[in-house]
Design a protein around this ligand. Structure first.
Ligand code: ARG
Length: 414
């Protein structure tokens, strides 16, 4: 009996060839699934292509809202930037793709799912781990990992079977969703070469950006962005608006030498205008409303959160536990942040909140300060206590080295 395999389908060369290859190699009927994550592509065309190639069935799933609410919003609360730079745009989409593959496989009575990831990247790990955690009975097939074909061989394979191969639009390997655009390969593989201007699509070059700065106000409620420039917007509208506005000022270009999970260092280039602006604003608002202790500890949690998500462990219970901590810090993260967008930079120039821990009455150098400067004296006395004692002991050690004594003198010094 022919089996059914559910394939994550982008319509590119790898996944198009996969439809045929799965049929031949695994004697399988292939059901294709394409998620709409806001990748700015014609998904009607993708569906048409899947049917042309001979998929038994195709699903186009609009997952934009789920993606924003359940994946992107928690990443904002976590100020998630892998290795301090990458907003995890691709990484956040993968577990959701895995989840939808499982749902469709269960609906279609398939016993396997498949995806077009290579064996060199992070994406295979993210999808495989998710699928296996959600439904261990499903086999995961990654044709590209198995077939060992070069790009030219793939094209020959496709032509021999009469598959319509469209010449690839780009020399870059691109992955995009509403949270960002990732680029690899071609000239980008040389980490010493500046990314060519033509590689970019969502941002104007900072040199070409308007000479007049732009301003962007982002309002957060409980850590979630709810308004842009004072207007309430649905998540999709809000992120699109900020992508366009920040992108038009050249904001969000990221050039990153990144450590992949499989050990390879790779040069990655991203365009993430909204992610860059929103995380910058969110982090700044937290500095206004959270205590020093909350901020210090949260920074450690954020690092761990980004690492787990990057490395494919979205479903790891630790991630959920960290999210609980992060959520507990977000109640007071309500307020407004003003960014100045200028030739590639998004700089916070103002912030306000009803829950501000900043108190001008304490901070002011002007008249009427509530802060009693005399209380600083006693504070400093205690704050430096141990350092003072230790410094005294250190000089005693030096002295004792000179005259042959050691412990007794040190004791007397106390
Ligand atoms: N390095 C990024 C990550 O692991 C992006 C990978 C994107 N894939 C691509 N085809 N450009 O999340």
């Amino acid at each position: 009996m022919r089996r059914t395999v559910v394939l994550a389908f982008s319509g590119g060369l790898d996944t198009s060839v996969s439809v045929k290859w799965l049929g031949e190699k695994y004697d399988a009927d292939v059901v294709t699934v394409t998620l709409d994550l806001g990748q700015r592509e014609d998904l009607k065309e993708v569906e048409k292509r899947s049917r042309q190639i001979g998929a038994k069935n195709h699903y186009t799933i609009d997952a934009k809202s789920e993606f924003l609410k359940d994946y992107v919003w928690p990443s904002i609360a976590a100020n998630a930037l892998y290795e301090g730079k990458y907003p995890l745009s691709t990484a956040l989409g993968r577990p959701l793709i895995g989840k939808k593959l499982v749902e469709v496989a269960e609906k279609e009575g398939a016993d396997a799912v498949a995806h077009g990831c290579t064996g060199k990247g992070n994406d295979q790990v993210r999808i495989d781990v998710t699928v296996r955690a959600m439904n261990p009975a499903l086999q995961v097939i990654a044709p590209v990992r198995e077939w060992n074909m070069s790009r030219d061989e793939e094209i020959a394979y496709a032509q021999k079977r009469g598959l319509p191969v469209k010449p690839s639009k780009s020399i870059y390997s691109v992955d995009q969703n509403i949270w960002g655009r990732s680029m690899e390969s071609g000239p980008l593989e040389n980490p010493d070469t500046e990314p060519p201007e033509e590689a970019f699509d969502w941002t104007v070059s900072p040199e070409e950006a308007p000479d007049e700065p732009g301003y962007l106000d982002i309002t957060f409620e409980g850590g979630v962005p709810t308004k842009a420039d004072g207007r309430s917007m649905e998540p999709l509208k809000l992120v699109s608006y900020i992508n366009d506005l920040a992108g038009s000022h050249g904001v969000g270009r990221i050039d990153h030498v990144e450590d992949r999970l499989v050990g390879i260092k790779s040069r990655e280039v991203y365009e993430c205008p909204a992610a860059t602006a929103i995380i910058e604003a969110h982090r700044d608002l937290e500095k206004l409303v959270l205590t020093r202790h909350e901020l210090d500890f949260k920074a450690q949690v954020e690092r761990e959160w980004a690492w787990l998500v990057y490395s494919g462990l979205w479903l790891e219970p630790l991630r959920t536990a960290l999210d609980r901590f992060i959520s507990a810090t977000q109640h007071r993260v309500t307020g407004k942040v003003r960014l100045k967008l200028y030739k590639g930079s998004a700089r916070v120039v103002g912030r306000s909140s009803d829950y501000s821990v900043y108190d001008v009455g304490l901070a002011t150098y002007g008249r009427g300060s509530k802060f009693d400067q005399k209380s600083a004296v006693g504070f400093i006395e205690l704050w430096g206590l141990q350092s003072r004692v230790a410094a005294g002991l250190s000089s005693q050690v030096e002295e004792n080295k000179g005259n042959g004594h050691s412990r007794t003198k040190a004791k007397e010094a106390k």
